[in-house]
Design a protein around this ligand. Structure first.
Ligand code: PBG
Length: 334
């Protein structure tokens, strides 16, 4: 007769047999940088998340450093958009300048700066690629993505994260990075990226909603798990070093399947809509925010994620720190 309760009798034994942990080193915090001066603008649909102009970025970066977070993921919001997303690959674009600012500052320069590569924040139509007769062009978009990636690397980015979902972009970006001497810059590919309504609040934050149609001709269909494995396989063959699965909460099976089928660190992207739902319920007093967030985080780890991109990162890091003396135990939180 099994008595599985034997290993649950007290906190010490539960600590001993605990299979997964959340570590501050594995958290990645997204930051929105916006062109302009003296801006610290709340994203209404994402309580606690702000757009910062570079002259105000210090405030957020100081919080990141204090929290002990090691990596940030940058998204840019340019003042001007055009048909070809030229702000993305402008050597003095918003993300390029933000990276330079971080890398020029003694206090921040050791942060791992991950640059999201996509055109949607920079195109007037809000799509992730060039457009002709209503079609989002694949191969014609690739040179713009590689140009963007190389200019981020040149500005000092530590990791390049293509999120556009064009075919062959990882291979092209890898080749371009190598040719420009960035052979040690890893690619964190958004490989299993689904066309999802969970990105809604992000599009408010990044001003990147498509002006017509949707992203279903390039991002994946929510119903397809096996196809996600093809995407991962392809990106690994093309040279991806890290694989992002996104969204995360409604797609934990995808994280699990990738972890079983591939030997690569997986990054769970706990996206904007997932964050906003938790925040809204917490504001209403309907859930215990801290416990729910930590349960979600440990869920990603249990599913097989190595790292977690989350808007909750500052809070999670602070909660973990409270418990630092106990070696990042999370039982006291959950
Ligand atoms: C850019 C991009 C998006 C997200 C990350 N990179 C938006 C989209 O694809 O529409 C979503 C992130 C989030 O919802 O938190 N392509």
């Amino acid at each position: 007769m099994e008595r599985t309760r034997r290993l649950r009798t007290n906190a010490a034994i539960r600590d001993m047999v605990r299979e997964n942990h959340v570590r501050v080193e594995e958290l990645i915090y997204p930051i929105f940088v916006i062109e302009g001066k003296n801006i610290c603008h709340l994203v209404e649909s994402m309580p606690g998340i702000y757009q910062y102009s570079i002259d105000r970025l210090k405030e957020e970066l100081d919080r990141v450093i204090t929290a002990g977070i090691k990596a940030v993921l940058l998204f840019g919001i340019p003042e001007h958009k055009d048909e070809v997303g030229s702000g993305a690959y402008d050597e003095h674009g918003i993300v390029q300048e933000a990276i330079r600012f971080i890398k020029a500052n003694e206090r921040y320069k050791n942060l791992i700066v991950i640059a999201d590569v996509c055109l949607c924040e920079y195109t007037s139509h809000g799509h992730c690629g060039l457009i002709q007769n209503g079609v989002i062009l694949n191969d014609e978009t690739l040179p713009l993505l590689t140009k963007t990636a190389v200019s981020y690397a040149r500005a000092g980015a530590d990791i390049i994260a293509p999120s556009d979902m064009m075919d062959m972009r990882v291979a092209k970006i890898r080749q371009a990075l190598d040719e420009n001497g960035f052979i040690y810059i890893p690619i964190m590919a958004y490989s299993a990226k689904f066309a999802s309504a969970f990105y809604g609040p992000f599009r408010d934050a990044a001003h990147s909603a498509p002006s017509f149609g949707d992203r279903k001709t390039y991002q994946m269909d929510s119903a397809n798990g096996r196809e996600a494995m093809r995407e991962v396989e392809e990106d690994l063959l093309e040279g991806a070093d890290l694989i992002i699965a996104k969204p995360a909460m409604a797609y934990m099976d995808i994280i699990r399947d990738i972890s079983l089928q591939f030997n690569v660190p997986i990054v769970a992207y706990n996206v904007s809509g997932e964050y906003s739902m938790v925040k809204a319920a917490a504001e209403k007093g309907w859930i215990d925010e801290k416990k729910v967030v930590m349960e979600i985080m440990i869920g990603f780890k249990r599913a097989g994620a190595k790292m977690i991109i989350t808007y909750h990162a500052l809070e999670v890091a602070a909660w973990l720190k409270e418990r630092e003396g106990d070696g990042y135990k999370i039982e006291s939180i959950i």
